[in-house]
Structures are given as C-alpha cells and as structure tokens.
Write a protein of this length. Structure first.
Length: 180
C-alpha cells in the first residue's frame, strides 16, 4: 500500500510538493544524513558539494536526469541542525528538522519552477525518502537511482490520482518502462 505520498502546496505563489516524515533517529543523525556530502548519494539523486553557509556555492554531479556539465546553484538557508535549503535547477529544496520525543521530524519541501513537475518530482522524492529511511535504519542503500524503472509508474499514477499537476518531461528510459 502506498502511504504518505506528500502533498501539493503553494509557497509564496509558487507550486511545491511537501513531505513530512517522523524518523526514529536523533536529529544529529538525520542532519548528518541530509547534509554530509559523503552520505547524500545514498538517498539524494545527485552527488553534492557545497559551502556550508547562506550564499555558498552548491554543485550537483552524477544525476542522470540533470544535463552535464555539473549544475551550480546557491545555498539558501544554513542553520545546523535545523534548516538546509538550496537552489536546484530553478527549483528550491528546503529541509527542515525538529526534535521529537521519538527522534526527528523531517519536512522536505520542493518549490517548483513549474506546476506540471509536481507528480514527477513527488514520485522521485517519495523514492528518495524511502532510501533515506534505509540509511537511518542502517540498511545498505544503492541510492535512489537503483529502483527498477517500472516502480516509478504506480507512484506517479497515485500522485496524479491524488490531484498533483502532471505532464512534465520524463526521461525516455522511464517512459519505456511504463507497463502497457
């Protein structure tokens, strides 16, 4: 069963997808997993290098869905261990952490350039957050691009059925994996 698909929201008049996860790990552990460039590839779709300060440069490498050469953007928020935000190809990614009695609450907000990317991006983030959960549980992860391409479609269709805007570009190899 698919649960917690995330939600479609507006942020400052821009479309966005928002996910919230309650994680049974200390905030410091989650902060390391979402900010340490050595840990990010286990769950985030790119290798990341950045200057840990507002306005610092952030570089993305190795994402098969980003054009080469490496993409460069800026850190938008840096408040350890609570907030990390950055630009990403016109989008913004905001990660907010807060302590809970059982561990940590993580909110991932992807502010979008275009509303029609909502279902596609939400599908991707759903998979990424599943990989993050594995990392925090100590389960080996081959990263978010290790999932079978056909697994994309049931989630994407569930996002569309939930009312998320859709119609954005999807990589050819993912399109080819759509069940008939």
């Amino acid at each position: 069963m698919i649960v917690d698909l995330g939600s479609y929201v507006q942020v400052g008049g821009r479309p966005a997808v928002r996910f919230e996860r309650l994680l049974p790990a200390p905030i410091e552990r989650v902060w390391a997993a979402v900010t340490d460039p050595e840990q990010l590839p286990a769950w985030f779709p790119s290798q990341v290098r950045y200057e840990p300060r507002v306005g610092g440069e952030i570089t993305f490498l190795g994402d098969p869905n980003l054009p080469e050469p490496p993409q460069v953007d800026r850190v938008l928020a840096w408040d350890p261990p609570h907030r990390f935000a950055f630009g990403w190809g016109g989008d913004e990614i905001h990660l907010e952490l807060s302590r809970t009695e059982a561990g940590c609450r993580l909110v991932l907000l992807n502010v979008l350039v275009s509303a029609d990317t909502a279902a596609r991006n939400a599908t991707g983030w759903y998979g990424c957050l599943g990989e993050l959960d594995k990392v925090l549980q100590g389960i080996p992860s081959d990263g978010p691009h290790s999932q079978p391409l056909a697994d994309f479609w049931p989630l994407h269709d569930a996002h569309v059925a939930a009312g998320l805007p859709h119609g954005a570009w999807i990589p050819d190899e993912v399109l080819a994996a759509r069940p008939s």
